[in-house]
Design a protein around this ligand. Structure first.
Ligand SMILES: C[S@@+](CC[C@H](N)C(=O)[O-])C[C@H]1O[C@@H](n2cnc3c(N)ncnc32)[C@H](O)[C@@H]1O
Length: 346
């Protein structure tokens, strides 16, 4: 399906927030972050408000600039961005060994781009869990258009307290979503609880790498920009994710930072020194065009007041992600496959 058009972008800014309240939501959202004097503890204790404000504000920009799947991907030379995104989704299905008719959970599913692709690729029935109502309404509409509304569904809930019985799913995956959790152990424990014994959880996590120096001011600033631009309470180190998985009860089957051997860097589409016709909206010329278009639409009252501020913090996010990727202090694709042990035999 094609990306959103300009008017859809403008009318979608703010998601379920009343249009008159978008500007104050931007104010409140920004104040959660270090760049505006915010504290990590406040972001963690108010994570639902912070993350939901973020996705209400940005979802239409994501859909306009990136498409239906809100994640990055390692990329081969000669592969388009869209192809690499799909292959990254297929890789998860392959790692989980998905089989037709299995019941699968997508934790933090966005508007369901990966969910639809994985369901079609593996003939499974995927439930998308998401705490953002606006994204779920978009996801349901897109599932109907794709003819997947009978086999796949969405549940609105917090992944820290999932409304599913124990041992419900044959497989669970999370794509660039559990980084929003205020506490990784708590989140992974919920995933462990709803997964059937002997089955697997696979994820792509956003992490600071071993190259990150918490005492280096430039590194701290890059981390703060990524948190601001992406609705994150804090960004964990790769080893902290692995420790959290073990604490939750998982066995780690294997893990790897997939960014390390991606022939085309994952951050390239956002790098302003790069030009691509197929990802035109992400290039510096494309962004210049979007910036001015959002400005004009906000002045005309078509886009709510505050839209330009959203565009501005998303540009900051892009700068932080490119800097973090180039310095190899941040990765958007720390992959792991983890298994819930079998029940002990009597
Ligand atoms: C970067 S998006 C990735 C979406 C999707 N996995 C994809 O790749 O298209 C992160 C997603 O996590 C969801 N999310 C964040 N915190 C959540 C929470 N506490 N409970 C459920 N979903 C959450 C957001 O609403 C958003 O849909």
């Amino acid at each position: 399906m094609p990306n959103l058009g300009t008017l859809d972008l403008a009318s979608g800014v703010g998601g379920k927030i009343e249009k008159d309240n978008v500007l104050s939501a931007v104010d409140k959202y920004e104040k959660y972050h270090v760049c505006y004097g915010g504290q990590e503890e406040e972001r963690k204790s108010n994570y639902t408000d912070m993350v939901n404000k973020y996705y209400d504000l940005v979802t239409s920009f994501y859909e306009y600039g990136w498409g239906e799947s809100f994640h990055f991907a390692p990329r081969w030379k000669g592969e388009s961005l869209k192809e690499s995104i799909k292959r990254h989704e297929h890789f998860l299905a392959l790692q989980l060994g998905l089989k037709p008719r299995q019941k699968v959970l997508d934790v933090g599913c966005g508007i369901g781009g990966p969910l639809r692709e994985i369901a079609r690729f593996s003939s499974t029935s995927v439930t998308g869990l998401n705490n953002n109502e606006y994204q779920i309404s978009r996801g349901k509409a897109l599932n109907r258009m794709a003819g997947l509304d009978q086999t796949c569904d969405f549940v609105k809930a917090d992944f820290m307290k999932m409304p599913f019985p124990d041992n419900s799913f044959d497989a669970v995956y999370a794509i660039e979503a559990t980084c929003h959790a205020p506490d990784a152990v708590g989140c992974y424990k919920e995933i462990y609880r709803v997964l059937k014994p002997g089955q697997c959880f696979a994820a792509y996590e956003w992490c600071m790498t071993d190259g990150y120096d918490p005492n280096n001011e430039e590194h701290q600033q890059i981390k703060a920009e990524i948190e601001l631009g992406n609705g994150l309470p804090d960004i964990r180190r790769t080893h902290q994710c692995l420790e959290a998985l073990k604490q939750a009860g998982f066995e780690i089957v294997w893990e790897k930072d997939l960014a390390l051997d991606s022939p085309v860097p994952w951050y390239l589409p956002m790098d302003t020194s790069h030009f691509s016709l197929s990802s035109f909206r992400l290039t510096s010329v494309g962004r210049f065009f979007t910036r001015n278009m959002v400005k004009a639409l906000e002045t005309l009252g078509v886009a709510p007041k505050g839209s330009q501020r959203v565009q501005a913090f998303l540009e900051k996010a892009a700068e932080g992600l490119v800097a973090g990727g180039k310095k190899e202090i941040f990765t958007s694709m720390f992959f792991f496959l983890a298994r819930k042990p079998d029940l002990p035999t009597q």
